[in-house]
Unconditional design. Structure first.
Length: 286
């Protein structure tokens, strides 16, 4: 089912390194006409290990206050809520994502690290397990390039395409829809299919400049390379099997290596019931 009209853009704040997330999430919330909700978790075990119990709590209060002020500065008319929850961050965000429109988090230092990133990293776990689309924000601001979306022809990727069209409309940006194919595929036929799919979504957003591109190669490598000049990159969580606790190789590679903010669109909750019923072996949540 679609998110309720009052479902917020939820921001998970781990530390002050996540403050860049707040500004971008505030813009997303304002663009969608949604409230923004800031959430920081407080760990009493860590607090008792500190020199004083009061100091960690004071830092938590300071962080959430600073984040709320930044959100108001970014979008003065935005409705902003904020709270500190005494719980672990990851399970709290997974639970809260069930009633959120969009979840925004930092990238846990993935972009540009050049190191092997464990699958237990919070951003990766949330991309696989969240109940709504996830936006992973980098610490460095992105260029003002196009909105990039990877489309592989699956139902989930077409949901990502729809999100991308709306995203480009809100940002007043060019949309680049990219399809990566095998070397033996007919690129002309695939390009025609991609153009037709894009046209179905852009009919409602006629002012969006668009470009369809079909490229031969490895999907992850091509998308990462193209994302270097994009202001945001969108991809489905997993093209052919968008079940919970699953994250496809392409989405995971983008999270690890793309310098651009990445939106992982989880499409299962948006699939019509009839379509889900026709996909045996998949999660059948209503």
């Amino acid at each position: 089912m679609a998110a309720p009209a009052d479902a917020p853009v939820l921001v998970g704040l781990g530390s002050d390194l996540d403050l860049p997330v707040v500004a971008q999430a505030a813009q997303e919330a304002a663009g969608h006409g949604r409230p923004l909700h800031l959430l920081h978790t407080f760990d009493w075990q860590a607090a008792f290990a500190a020199d004083t119990v009061a100091a960690p709590r004071d830092r938590a209060e300071q962080l959430i206050t600073q984040a709320a002020q930044l959100a108001h500065q970014t979008e003065p008319g935005l409705t902003v809520g904020a709270e500190i929850v005494e719980s672990a961050l990851l399970p709290t965000l997974i639970r809260r994502s069930e009633t959120a429109f969009l979840l925004a988090v930092g990238d846990s230092g993935m972009a540009g690290s050049g190191q092997c990133i464990p699958a237990e990293t919070s951003a990766v776990q949330l991309a696989a397990r969240a109940g709504c689309p996830l936006m992973v924000v980098r610490r460095e601001p992105p260029p003002q390039g196009p909105v990039l979306v990877g489309v592989d022809g699956s139902p989930s990727s077409h949901l990502a395409l729809r999100w991308a069209v709306e995203c480009a409309t809100r940002r007043d940006a060019r949309l680049l829809a990219l399809r990566v194919v095998e070397y033996d595929e007919d690129t002309d036929a695939v390009a025609e299919q991609l153009s037709e799919a894009l046209a179905r979504h852009t009919d409602l957003h006629g002012g969006v400049p668009t470009e369809c591109r079909v490229v031969r190669g490895d999907p992850a490598e091509v998308l990462i390379d193209m994302s270097r000049s994009a202001q945001v990159a969108l991809v489905a969580a997993r093209g052919d099997e968008p079940g919970r606790a699953m994250l496809g190789a392409v989405a995971q590679s983008l999270l690890y290596h793309s310098p651009a903010p990445v939106v992982v669109v989880r499409g299962l909750a948006e699939m019509p019931l009839a379509e889900r019923a026709a996909r045996p072996g998949r999660d059948q949540r209503p």
